[in-house]
Ligand binder design. Structure first.
Ligand code: UTP
Length: 478
């Protein structure tokens, strides 16, 4: 039986034979790529997935939801759900990991970034307030600064997708890896999932001979780390802890010794999966919160909390479900390997209803839907939390660590992020004795940027060489 016949039989068995309709009319190169794409998919697993997630909506998770216990190093943040831990002890443990080269940085950068609408990988987006440094450069500068400080090469792993892998690699090469050694960076593409027609469950074609595919979510990172050989490489080089962060937050501390120390503290954590949280701004903030559902720790979507739960406050007046997930995790290499290989489906899928342009092989027409017509399936990295024996959660300060760029305008946009960055760096300058202009609403009235190579915190900023003051509406970078 030739290759096409055998694929036809395979697809027929799972109700997807339409994908090879009209294949004879395609140029040989296109037939080859179509065959390879079809061969890369585990078709046998799809009927169950389609039944569970596409034709039906998966039943919502059940079980009583209670707030997760967290820790903080700031006595002022202590409340019912948040207890105090010793920053210095944790910092020391984390610094030891860094000095011994047992930590790697890991950026997930495979997303499609549709909300931002930037032409190119999101990591190439100019994010800093004055010099417009791209996100990737800001992370690279943090890694360079950390290497200087802790005297050890820090490996950087970057998960891309099929759609942005080539562009991401070229961007790094064109920019000479921002001063890092090319050999300390490893990029690898994540897995892809087909998009399904919502009504029929048929896999969609985006054009003749081309399946509509999209990245399989940041939860695909466990398998991608394993498949790419990144986990083997890490373990071969003595890396035990993976500092996971998203590509869209210019303020993310790429390597935080206190966070790392918490991860390996045997009294506080099982050393498998450790997370940071920031308190929600208010009950309506649309962010998932750390909580236990039926006794299992995880992230509960904001839409899964009732109005009463979202608005409930404790004795100190603080929201009970306040622990907002900011997508910063430390994951041990052992744990990542376990999640990647455990059973067929260690993590659940999540359904997203999307508009997907599709090609009908029977009529040869392409349709641009006005309403969501398709289902995409994604995995989430934090769903592995429920598998960890004792995941720890550290409360951190939103203002110093979180200024995401998700949207083209408004909340969580480049504009809001630049203001938050200027506010933070303006505060550092004030602590160093510089007079910084502020508007009536308290925000800094200037664009201010401090490179991680200059200082990683207010304490590290030397007053030497700084101006006495900054004029309203001006720019300052150092
Ligand atoms: P988002 O949930 O913000 O999704 O990703 P996105 O694809 O970047 O943006 P939209 O929703 O299309 O506007 C959060 C982080 O997870 C990564 C993203 O690159 C970002 O760093 N991610 C997301 C992946 O690496 N792979 C995915 O499949 C999805």
């Amino acid at each position: 039986m030739d290759r096409l016949d055998s694929l036809r039989t395979r697809l027929h068995c799972v109700g997807q034979a339409h994908l090879l309709e009209g294949v004879e009319a395609l140029p040989p190169g296109d037939v080859e790529s179509l065959c390879r794409r079809i061969e890369s998919i585990k078709w046998e697993t799809l009927p169950e997935l389609i039944d569970q997630y596409v034709k039906n909506r998966p039943a919502g998770a059940t079980g009583e939801i209670v707030p997760a216990s967290c820790v903080t190093v700031d006595p002022e943040c202590v409340c019912d759900a948040v207890s105090l831990v010793d920053a210095e002890g944790l910092r020391e443990q984390g610094e030891t990991l860094l000095k011994e080269g047992r930590v790697a940085a890991f950026t997930v950068a495979g997303g499609q970034g549709t909300r931002l609408g930037w032409q190119g990988p999101k990591g190439t987006f100019p994010a800093s307030p004055v010099t417009g440094k791209p996100l990737f450069r800001l992370f690279a500068e943090q890694i360079l600064a950390a290497q200087q400080r802790w005297g050890h090469t820090i490996r950087w792993y970057i998960m891309t997708s099929e759609a942005n892998d080539t562009q991401t690699r070229s961007f790094f090469l064109d920019n000479r890896c921002f001063g890092l050694d090319r050999r300390q960076i490893m990029m690898f593409p994540q897995g892809m999932m087909p998009a399904f027609d919502s009504a029929s469950g048929r896999v969609l074609l985006e054009g003749p001979g081309r399946l509509a595919m999209s990245p399989d979510g940041h939860g695909g990172s466990y398998r991608a780390l394993l498949r790419s050989g990144a986990l083997d490489q890490m373990e071969g080089r003595g890396v035990e802890a993976i500092s996971y962060f998203q590509v869209d937050n210019p303020l993310v501390p790429v390597l935080d010794p206190v966070f790392l120390g918490l991860h390996i503290d045997p009294d506080l954590s099982s050393g498998e999966f450790t997370s940071k949280m920031v308190p929600k701004c208010g009950p309506d903030e649309k962010v998932g919160v750390f909580a236990l559902r039926g006794g299992v720790p995880g992230v509960v979507e904001y839409s899964d909390l009732s109005r009463e739960q979202a608005g409930a406050v404790d004795a100190s007046g603080r929201l009970c479900f306040a622990a907002g997930n900011v997508a910063m995790h430390i994951i041990s290499t052992d744990f990542a390997r376990r999640v990647a290989i455990e059973g067929e489906d260690p993590l659940p899928w999540h359904r997203a209803d999307k508009k997907v342009t599709w090609h009908d092989p029977a009529s040869g027409e392409t349709h641009v839907p006005a309403e969501p017509n398709a289902v995409k399936l994604e995995r989430f990295v934090f769903d592995a939390m429920g598998i960890a024996a004792k995941p720890a959660i550290l409360e951190v300060c939103r203002e110093t660590e979180f200024a995401p760029i998700k949207n083209a305008s408004g909340v969580d946009s480049a504009g809001s992020s630049i203001q938050l960055q200027s506010d933070l760096y303006g505060g550092w300058l004030e602590q160093a004795g510089v007079s910084v202009p502020r508007r009536d609403d308290g925000h800094v009235d200037a664009a201010i940027e401090i490179s991680p190579l200059t200082a990683m915190s207010a304490e590290m900023l030397s007053a030497r060489g700084l101006p006495a003051g900054i004029s309203p509406g001006s720019v300052f970078a150092c």
